[in-house]
Design a protein around this ligand. Structure first.
Ligand code: FPP
Length: 253
């Protein structure tokens, strides 16, 4: 989906300033390092990272963000030790159950993207159950990327697109970016306007590769469990001061 026009102007708007992102995507990085610095097991860092998840959801709601996508588990993360993987999915499952009513009270809709066939059955069932329970809500869309790979998202879209063409539902000449996007896992969402990554790493790590084409990138050195409302507000403020041209010249935006 196109990012233009952006959603709502902030107070001191001018040509390049003053817009809120509609969609914020976050690479929540640094849980393991946070724990290791404290001589604690990595799983403790993941547990404490859940506090930052709650804070970020609250901040996004209060700032009027439409979509918040959290990169919770990548396809590459399957290469981690089994105990850590089991621990992460156990934390996820318990978090979703614990926060379900709170998210509902806040009118949050849950969406989950990624290769969900690979995740533990129990976590899959809980996530799908809560996704269904919150499906009528109309506030913030909380989009959780689980077992997600940007390349596989694109590859799957290509496969489905090819199948549609072979089956005659689509003419090859009609393929365009807008048609292609309908086959991506994010088909109902606007593209991210802003990508935040914590922990000082400056990579996109196979996250939303197509969708981030025109996102503004914001890197912060803080480790994820220490991320809070003030850091989120700083990222939004920084975004609002950037001049986005989408390949045009300023006068045309
Ligand atoms: C990044 O830290 C964090 C993760 C890979 C997993 C975080 C996900 C959860 C705890 C599940 C719950 C999520 C939600 C949205 C409810 P890292 O381990 O890569 O840190 P490091 O780079 O310091 O090793």
């Amino acid at each position: 989906m196109s990012n233009l026009p952006l959603s709502s102007p902030l107070s001191d708007s001018n040509e390049c300033h003053g817009y809120l992102p509609r969609h914020v995507a976050v690479i929540m990085d640094g849980n393991g390092r946070w724990a290791q610095k404290k001589n604690m097991p990595r799983l403790w860092g993941h547990f404490r990272g859940l506090g930052a998840v709650t804070t970020t959801i609250k901040a996004a709601i209060e700032m009027g963000i439409e979509v918040l996508t959290l990169y919770a588990f990548s396809e590459e993360n399957w290469g981690r030790p089994t105990r850590e993987i089991q621990g992460i999915f156990s934390l996820l499952e318990r978090y979703i159950i614990k926060e379900k009513d709170n998210l509902n009270d806040k009118n949050v809709r849950l969406k989950v993207i990624g290769n969900l066939e690979k995740i533990p059955v129990s976590a899959f069932k809980k996530v799908k159950q809560v996704e269904e329970q919150l499906s009528e809500n109309s506030g913030l869309i909380l989009n959780i990327a689980l077992s997600y790979s940007g390349r596989n998202d694109i590859l799957k879209a290509c496969t489905e697109l090819a199948r549609s063409a072979v089956e005659g539902q689509l003419s090859v000449d009609d393929i365009s970016p807008a048609v292609f996007e309908k086959f991506l896992s994010t088909k109902d969402l606007p593209d991210p306007d802003l990508l935040i990554r914590t922990s000082g790493e400056r990579r996109v790590s196979n996250f939303l590769l197509w969708q981030l084409a025109y996102a503004e990138l914001y890197f912060v050195d803080i480790l994820w469990p220490d991320f809070n409302q003030a850091y989120f507000a700083s990222a939004i403020e920084n975004f609002s001061k950037r001049c986005r041209r989408f390949g045009l010249v300023s006068e045309k935006v």
